[in-house]
Ligand binder design. Sequence first.
Ligand SMILES: NC(=O)c1ccc[n+]([C@@H]2O[C@H](COP(=O)([O-])OP(=O)(O)OC[C@H]3O[C@@H](n4cnc5c(N)ncnc54)[C@H](OP(=O)(O)O)[C@@H]3O)[C@@H](O)[C@H]2O)c1
Length: 317
Amino acid sequence: MRAHHWIATGPNGIADFQFVESEVAEPGPGEVTITVQASGVNPADLKHPGRATVFPVSIGYEVAGTITALGPETEIASGGGAIGDAVLAFRVTGGWASILTVPADTVFARPQNLGAAQAANLLLVATTAADLLRVAKVESGETVVVFGASGSVGVSLLQIARSRGIRVVGVCSANRVDEVARFGGVAIERGQAPSELAERIALAAADPIAAVFDASGRDDDIAAALAVAGNHDRMVTIVGTDVAKDAGFQFIGGVAPENAAYRASVRAELIDMAARGDLVVPVSETFVLRQALDALDLVSSGRAGGKVALVPDSNDV
Ligand SMILES: NC(=O)c1ccc[n+]([C@@H]2O[C@H](COP(=O)([O-])OP(=O)(O)OC[C@H]3O[C@@H](n4cnc5c(N)ncnc54)[C@H](OP(=O)(O)O)[C@@H]3O)[C@@H](O)[C@H]2O)c1
C-alpha cells in the first residue's frame, strides 16, 4: 500500500519541506495502520526540523482516522481495536500523511462527539497544558497567569484549570479577549507598557499569583510576568526564548524523559474530558494535506485563531 506524506529534507524551514509518496509499512506486533481523516498542525512541525541533525524528518505528531490494519495480537492503548474503528493517535512520527503505521500504544478510541479535525488537534496542546500545571505544582484554589492564553495551549490550560478549580488570569490580544473569557479565564488584553500590564494583572488576580506561564514568547509578556510573579520558582515557559530563560523561567518540552512520560500518561484522562465535553478544541480552518505549507504559514504566524487541521483528499492516497 502506498501513501503520501510530508518530510523535511533539511533544517531550512518550509523551503526544505517535500510532499512525497512511499510504501506504508505493514503493521508488525504492537503496531497499527491508520487511514488518516485529519492531521493536527502545531508550531513544532516547523520548529523541530530546524533543530534536527538527521534528515529526512517525517512531519506531524498527531492524527485522527480509522484503523486499516492491526499487527498480530495487538491492542490499542485504550484496549481492543478493530478494523474500521475511529481512533486518534499521539505522539506519532510522520502524522502529515494519508496512511501511516504507528505504535499501538499511541492509539486511542475516538470519542463520538469529537470530529476528526478536533481529535487530531486535542492531545499535543492538552498534554502540554497539563504538564505546565504539573511542573508548577498548581493546586485547586490557586490563581495562575498565562501569557498567550488565547492560543491553543492557552485554551486547553484554561479548560483543564477550570475542571480542577484553578483560577486563570489570561493575557491576550484585544481581539482575543472573548475567547479567553469563553473558557473561564479572567481576560486581560495587553496594554502599552509591561508595567501597566502588570498592574492590571495584579488587580484582576486579587489573590496571590501562584505561578506564571509563558505560551506566547513575547519579550513584553516576560517583563510583565517578572513584575507579577510572586514565586520565581514557579515561572514556566513552553516557548523558551533566551529572554525567558535569562529571566529565570523553567523551559519544558515534550522530549525530556520526565515530560514525555507524564504527557503520555495523561492522554487517556484528557480524552475522557473531551468525551464529556469539558475539553473542547476550537478548530479555525482546515486545508487539504497537499496544501500543508499554507497551513503551517498560518499556524506559525500565531494568528490562526484556533487549531488548524490537514485533511487528505482522494489524490493523496
Ligand atoms: N515546549 C512545549 O512542550 C510546547 C508544546 C506546545 C507548544 N509549544 C509552543 O508554545 C507556543 C504556543 O503554542 P500554541 O499551539 O498555543 O500556539 P498558538 O495557538 O499559535 O498560540 C500562540 C498565541 O500566542 C500569542 N502571540 C502573541 N504574539 C505572538 C507572536 N508574535 N507569534 C505567535 N504567537 C503570538 C497569540 O495570542 P494573542 O494574539 O492573543 O496574544 C497566539 O494565539 C508556540 O511557540 C509553540 O511552539 C511548546
